[in-house]
Design a protein. Structure first.
Length: 319
């Protein structure tokens, strides 16, 4: 069955244009056509950050009718699985279902649509805002220069700037030719690695905690040095690489507040059959991704012709 992924802006478009009954009928129709319409934890996090409670519940209730009860893996789940596979150019086929707490809750909400999320909304927004603040730093880095990560003595004499950390990557030290654009993408990818993988700055960081527990490294700085020495491939291949492309593609203008979430959404592109959005930033990403196969997976809703079938309350064609 094909997996069709809907970024939050596309979800909002459907909420505006379809009734709940139509949503349920659409779900049945698409399943019959072999299309599993999925959300991710990122989509739900973004919906749950909606400050208007009535609007938030309206979107969630609609999603309970339109989308699968299975969530795609969280970013952390995708990242850790990719590392454990040895960071291949092409990953082995695997079960794209999240086992996170939010995924288990979501499965229950789709099974029983009378339920909704019971959460501390203020705490969720606080965590999200803290995480999003990191991307403002990287936006400034891209536009104006470098970013100093730290000058702690635990760096063992290394200059703690991001550029110098990139220069410590084994393939860079060995003299591999690198263009300015490549070097910039390495810096951005490494920054995301430092924030998400080394500092665990993600809403769902349990897989990352377990990863470092298995390796036996607690210190953030020791984790940084481990990444540089043991898994440098992460800066030019895999999830962090496509996040870097998304971030860089948005760096030419004013700082876009949604770049963090856009970048998290973008890392699903290699894993799904199609991704749907109304966000023009994904069109920008489509223009800069070098792989044609990935470009073809990105669909802007303006380019799609939607057809509507008459249905009754049972989701059955009236005609």
């Amino acid at each position: 069955m094909e997996i069709w992924y809907f970024e939050t802006s596309a979800v909002n478009l459907f909420v505006q244009g379809l009734s709940v009954e139509s949503a349920l009928a659409t779900k049945h129709l698409q399943l019959n056509k072999g299309r599993d319409w999925r959300l991710s934890p990122v989509t739900l996090w973004e919906v749950l950050m909606t400050s208007d409670k009535t609007r938030r519940e309206e979107i969630l209730y609609f999603c309970q009718h339109l989308f699968s009860g299975e969530l795609l893996p969280s970013p952390a789940e995708l990242i850790i699985s990719y590392i454990k596979q040895g960071m291949p150019k092409v990953e082995r086929i695997r079960n794209l279902k999240s086992s996170s707490i939010i995924a288990e809750v979501w499965k229950g909400l789709v099974s029983d649509r009378s339920k909704t999320f019971d959460l501390d909304h203020a705490e969720l927004r606080r965590k999200a805002k803290l995480t999003q603040s990191f991307t403002k730093s990287i936006h400034e880095l891209i536009k104006h220069g470098d970013l100093v990560i730290g000058s702690d003595k635990e760096f063992s004499g290394l200059d703690g700037s991001l550029s110098n950390l990139v220069r410590e990557l084994p393939f860079i030290k060995s003299g591999e030719p690198t263009t300015n654009d490549q070097f910039l993408s390495y810096k951005v990818a490494l920054y995301y690695i430092l924030i998400i993988l080394c500092a665990e700055a993600d809403i769902d960081n349990e897989p990352i905690k377990n990863y470092w527990k298995e390796i036996g490294i607690d210190s953030t700085i020791e984790r940084i040095m481990y990444v540089i020495k043991e898994v440098p491939t992460l800066v030019h291949r895999g999830p962090f690489c496509i996040m870097a492309y998304m971030t860089i593609s948005q760096a030419s203008g004013k700082y876009p507040r949604g770049v963090w979430l856009d970048s998290l959404h973008s890392l699903y592109i290699p894993y799904v059959d199609h991704i749907f959005t109304t966000d023009g930033h994904f069109q920008g990403l489509r223009d800069v991704i070098p792989e044609a196969l990935l470009q073809q997976k990105i669909h802007h809703m303006d380019d799609i012709e939607l057809s509507y079938l008459p249905i009754n309350q049972f989701g059955v064609d009236k005609t």
